[in-house]
Design a protein around this ligand. Structure first.
Ligand code: BEZ
Ligand code: FE
Length: 310
């Protein structure tokens, strides 16, 4: 028999085969059975499994009534702080790895398909369009970074006209929407050219914390976890007939790669950002004051479900 040590005030697990164990398991059986008549098979499957796992969790940790109350209060406070622009429940899902696990299950990245990662709360619809070689920074502070690559299908076919949305925080770790002056900076979209290639200027990504002034931040602090995200640049790539890709690229050598607050880092998404000394000519002849970096990111999209490789 496995014995688990729990803290004071915790009612120990009943002996295997005891009347108390049967009493605890009966509640689970009753709730699972209550969904038996659901006309929606999928809802039934999900809710019965949720019940089994939630009850097993309560029995495993011997959840106290005070802890149950604290959990309810946590959810209430998460609701209170949630607005149209602040979604504490998604943040909770992110820091528990629930978002990444859902992405992993739903977006298999077999072969050289580009891996997906979390969406995050800072995407904005209708960001300005820039031409090939344009600058997404639009005044966002930071070291200039030349980003280029290709968008292809899994058979290597270039995908022209793919819509590439990019967004990132500035050198101070803030997205434009976190400022109160209504600026649009550090975000744009562009389209891959006839060879499936793209290129643009941004700023070299820097690390920043997820919003941590609410219940999720308190949970991280209480457990000694950092709210910091590894430095990254967000991408969303869409093309007719292909699966939408939401991902980031990360900076090789960033010490935060191993402790990203939302578990978004995948080895395949860690890229070399090469720094060039001041005065080094840039790929497009732009004059840059000080150092600049460059990075290559080639995107491979699988066909959308129900379509086949052309
Ligand atoms: C972000 O990358 O911007 C982000 C992702 C998840 C939670 C918070 C922020
Ligand atoms: Fe981000």
């Amino acid at each position: 028999m496995t014995t688990t040590t729990h803290g004071p005030g915790i009612v120990p697990a009943p002996p295997a085969g005891s009347e108390q164990e049967a009493r605890e398991e009966l509640v689970t059986t009753q709730v699972v059975a209550s969904f038996e008549g659901s006309p929606n098979e999928r809802l039934k499957e999900v809710l019965q499994a949720l019940t089994r796992h939630a009850h097993a969790f309560i029995r495993e940790v011997r959840l106290t009534e005070a802890e149950w109350e604290a959990a309810i209060d946590f959810l209430r406070r998460s609701g209170d702080i949630t607005t149209d622009t602040r979604q504490e429940f998604i943040l909770l899902s992110d820091v528990l790895g629930v978002s990444m696990e859902t992405i992993c299950v739903n977006q298999p990245a077999t072969g050289d398909v580009t891996e997906a990662t979390v969406f995050g709360p800072f995407f904005v619809e209708d960001a300005p369009e820039i031409p090939q070689g344009g600058d997404i920074a639009q005044g966002a502070a930071g070291e200039p970074c030349w980003v280029s690559g290709t968008v292809r299908g899994t058979d290597g076919t270039p995908i022209p006209g793919a819509r590439i949305e990019v967004w990132e925080a500035d050198d101070d770790g803030f997205y434009d929407v976190q400022y109160t002056d209504g600026r649009t900076a550090g975000r744009a979209h562009l389209f891959s050219d006839q060879h499936g290639a793209y290129r643009f200027w941004g700023v070299t990504p820097t690390p920043y914390p997820i919003p941590h002034d609410g219940p999720v931040g308190q949970m991280l602090a209480a457990t000694g976890r950092s709210p910091m995200r590894a430095a990254h640049l967000h991408f969303m790539v869409t093309a007719p007939g292909y699966r939408r890709l939401v991902t980031h690229i990360f900076v090789d050598g960033d010490p935060l790669l191993a402790s990203d607050a939302v578990f978004g880092v995948k080895d395949s998404l860690v890229k070399t950002f090469t720094q060039h000394p001041a005065g080094t000519p840039t790929p497009d002849g732009r004059t840059v004051e000080g150092t600049w970096t460059d990075v290559t990111f080639d995107v491979v999209l699988p066909r959308a479900t129900g379509t086949t490789e052309a």
